[in-house]
Design a protein around this ligand. Structure first.
Ligand SMILES: C[S@@+](CC[C@H](N)C(=O)[O-])C[C@H]1O[C@@H](n2cnc3c(N)ncnc32)[C@H](O)[C@@H]1O
Length: 392
């Protein structure tokens, strides 16, 4: 029999364009601006190399890689898949570019669509007509004979449109809820740090699970819990859902297997991971978070001021984001608090390393420890600097 005859006829699923995957496409892996180096470093560990841009890394990849980034990247905040792009001087151009996208791989006919438009330096004055034009173009592109099959998802498919100097770039939101939401932090203190920022700080401070870790102002426990999940080999995205699971081209069977593989961590009980906070309420919240993350056996969380906390061993990494004044404490007491922290570190924690987020030069002077600037970024609306050093 001729070779071509041996090939299977395409099933109705593949004929409808529902075969798993979407080929190789450009994706933009976003992170907090200022943490691009940490993200590039993490992606390189996953064997992925791309082009660094403000706020993330662009890579060319297929569905398997896209799923791996969602399961394993701790520093990324979301992933967008480029669907179509082209020159656009007016609304008609935007419609033409949008219609050319392979939308059937990403959106079900009759699925609600939400279009978010970002305009940086283009001639378009208003975003709403652009969003409407793109939505209509996508509807046109999805039109076709009604085929039997499951009902379209009720959740919105999210499409991002970026207008830049005569060009339009249209992408699919693959992640949905930001990737820093791992699923375990439902209880928060007053100024919790995002989990992807905590992960980036651990990486930029060169922490690895063989080294003891202490956060003396741990709030809802983000640093110790994130570190414990790393130590226990648990993938950050193994316990949550993603928008791409609703793409018509999604390979649910393959992803189920990949997710199961990502969940099988190995207990590493060697180096202590400790969190302390003076506030009894936030420690109770941190404990609940640790239980939800199933690392409560691996971390030690206790109510204690940093002045009272004792080193659990001879050396390790202290990591924290102390109160900044603007959000959690009065400015007048902040200088004294940083002076006390520096004093306590020098008195009790000599030989330890420290990674600390500081909001101003004044707080660094008050801390008075030999630390070096690693990077700057925004923690929420506040500009902060990550310093790393060793306690003399
Ligand atoms: C910015 S929050 C830390 C947030 C934490 N990284 C998280 O993700 O939830 C600062 C924390 O420092 C704690 N704190 C302030 N002064 C302290 C002290 N002297 N000793 C211990 N904790 C203190 C506060 O109770 C607050 O929870």
């Amino acid at each position: 029999m001729a070779k071509s005859r041996q090939r299977k006829r395409p099933s109705s699923r593949t004929a409808r364009g529902l075969n798993p995957g979407f080929g190789t496409r450009e994706m933009f892996v976003l992170t907090t601006p200022g943490l691009e180096e940490a993200l590039a470093d993490e992606l390189a560990d996953l064997g992925l190399h791309g082009r660094m841009d403000k706020g993330g890394i662009a890579i060319d990849a297929g569905a398997i890689t896209m799923r791996a980034i969602h399961l394993y990247s701790r520093v990324a905040s979301s992933v967008r898949i480029r669907v179509t792009r082209g020159r656009a001087e007016n609304l008609e151009d935007v419609g033409r570019v949008a219609r050319a996208g392979a939308w059937k791989s990403f959106i079900h006919p009759n699925q609600p669509v939400k279009v978010a438009v970002a305009n940086s330096g283009s001639r378009f004055r208003h975003r709403a007509p652009v969003a409407k034009k793109v939505e209509i173009a996508i509807r046109d592109a999805l039109r076709g004979p009604r085929l039997p099959g499951p009902r379209p998802p009720r959740e919105e498919a999210v499409v991002h449109v970026r207008l830049v100097e005569g060009k339009v770039i249209i992408s699919m939101e693959a992640s949905g809820e930001p990737l820093n939401k791992r699923g375990w932090r439902r209880e928060a203190g007053r100024a919790p740090i995002r989990e992807n920022i905590a992960a980036a700080m651990l990486r930029l401070a060169d922490w690895n699970p063989g080294e003891a870790l202490v956060d003396p102002m741990c709030g809802s426990g983000t640093f110790p819990i994130e570190a414990a999940t790393i130590a226990m080999g648990r993938a950050s995205g193994a316990r949550r859902s993603f928008n791409f699971e609703r793409f018509p081209c999604h390979d649910a069977k393959a992803f189920k297997k990949e997710r199961a593989e990502a969940s099988t961590g190995v207990l590493d009980a060697s180096a202590p991971i400790v969190g302390g906070d003076r506030d009894e309420g936030v420690i109770a919240a941190a404990l609940k978070n640790a239980r939800r993350a199933e690392v409560d056996d691996r971390v030690e969380l206790r109510q204690s001021t940093f002045q009272e906390l004792e080193p659990p061993c001879e050396s390790g990494l202290i990591i924290c984001n102390p109160p900044y004044g603007e959000r959690v404490s009065k400015k007048s007491v902040i200088g004294a608090m940083y002076r006390d922290l520096g004093r306590a570190m020098r008195a009790e924690w000599s030989g330890w390393r420290i990674a600390i987020l500081l909001p101003t030069a004044r707080t660094k002077d008050a801390l008075d420890l030999p630390v070096e600037e690693i990077t700057r970024f925004k923690n929420g609306s506040l500009s902060v600097v990550l310093y790393v050093g060793s306690i003399p």
